[in-house]
Design a protein around this ligand. Structure first.
Ligand SMILES: C[S@@+](CC[C@H](N)C(=O)[O-])C[C@H]1O[C@@H](n2cnc3c(N)ncnc32)[C@H](O)[C@@H]1O
Length: 282
């Protein structure tokens, strides 16, 4: 699975620098509301990425990948509305809408949304352009979902917490928030190494870089064409299942299911990703 993302979020706070006067040391920081540091509309999902997205992610568009996700989401929608955070080109939103579930999406990238609009049924799906950590849309939803590692596109803990709060604010009582995300691959890092390669071929080298002190990571790609390499790097913040549970709790939700995949396989210590569902109390 290839990972993509965008930068954003507020700077982290710290305290206790040795030369700080005593009265200022460890002063309690007032929580700052999350705001995007970079106010761009497309970030890493501009025209070039959007134009190639469906082909580049062909495996994720295969019915074997889409079908089980849509089945689970349609079941959780239970006759109500669905909200997709990071709707993209409509990989899940369009088939979910065809199942009769009214879907609304939020996305920062006009280029991705233009691709969604151009597809059959795309015009009928409501989309709000904005940051899914903070953007509000009208009405209540029975399910909100954020798939394909997209929670990691929020590169600070504050932004990820804001996203959980935003999802919860859109849910009706009893509504569910679903996240699909990888388990960080730190077990693949021997001491002293910070990179995990995930693709090597004549035309592409790709590797993740981890900073275990900050949970910053990036996915890095070198595309080779005619002997020349084109490098791009996409920033992420990796996040553990247990940390997501705390974010859900801060947002007033509790875990109702965690699986290895969309067909509810058990989540184990060998799972490389999880599909997790949190419920807003009825
Ligand atoms: C990996 S794509 C996933 C698209 C779609 N959900 C899918 O499964 O194919 C991530 C999408 O999230 C959007 N995105 C990333 N960060 C965002 C943010 N903070 N607010 C809104 N959209 C964001 C990108 O523009 C992109 O369309």
């Amino acid at each position: 699975m290839e990972k993509r993302g965008e930068p954003g979020g507020a700077a982290p706070h710290g305290c206790g620098a040795p030369r700080t006067p005593r009265k200022n040391r460890c002063r309690r920081q007032r929580p700052q509301p999350y705001r995007r540091a970079v106010n761009t509309t497309d970030d890493h999902f501009g025209e070039r990425v959007a134009a190639a997205y469906d082909d580049a992610e062909a495996e994720m568009f295969h019915p074997d990948a889409v079908g089980p996700a849509v089945d689970l989401l349609a079941g959780l929608a239970a006759g109500g509305r669905a909200l997709e955070l990071g709707i993209g080109t409509g990989r899940l939103a369009l088939p979910l809408a065809r199942r009769g579930v009214p879907v609304h999406g939020i996305d920062l990238s006009r280029a991705m949304v233009t691709r969604l609009r151009a597809k059959p049924g795309g015009e009928a799906i409501g989309v709000t352009v904005g940051d899914f950590a903070t953007t509000r849309v009208d009405g209540e939803f029975t399910v909100a979902y954020l798939v394909f590692n997209t929670i990691m596109n929020l590169t600070t803990q504050a932004a990820q917490v804001a996203c959980f709060r935003n999802a919860a604010a859109h849910l009706a009582p009893g509504g569910r928030f679903v996240v699909e995300v990888m388990v960080p691959e730190l077990r693949k890092l021997p001491p002293g190494q910070n990179a995990v390669p995930f693709h090597a071929s004549a035309t592409r080298w790709a590797f993740d870089v981890y900073d275990v002190a900050t949970q910053a990571m990036s996915s890095n790609y070198v595309d080779v064409d005619g002997g020349r390499g084109d490098y791009r790097s996409i920033p992420f913040r990796y996040v553990w299942p247990s940390e997501l549970d705390l974010m859900a709790e801060l947002a007033g939700m509790r875990l109702s299911g965690r699986w290895d995949g969309w067909t509810r396989e058990p989540f184990t210590s060998e799972s490389s990703r999880h599909v997790s569902v949190w419920e807003k109390p009825a």
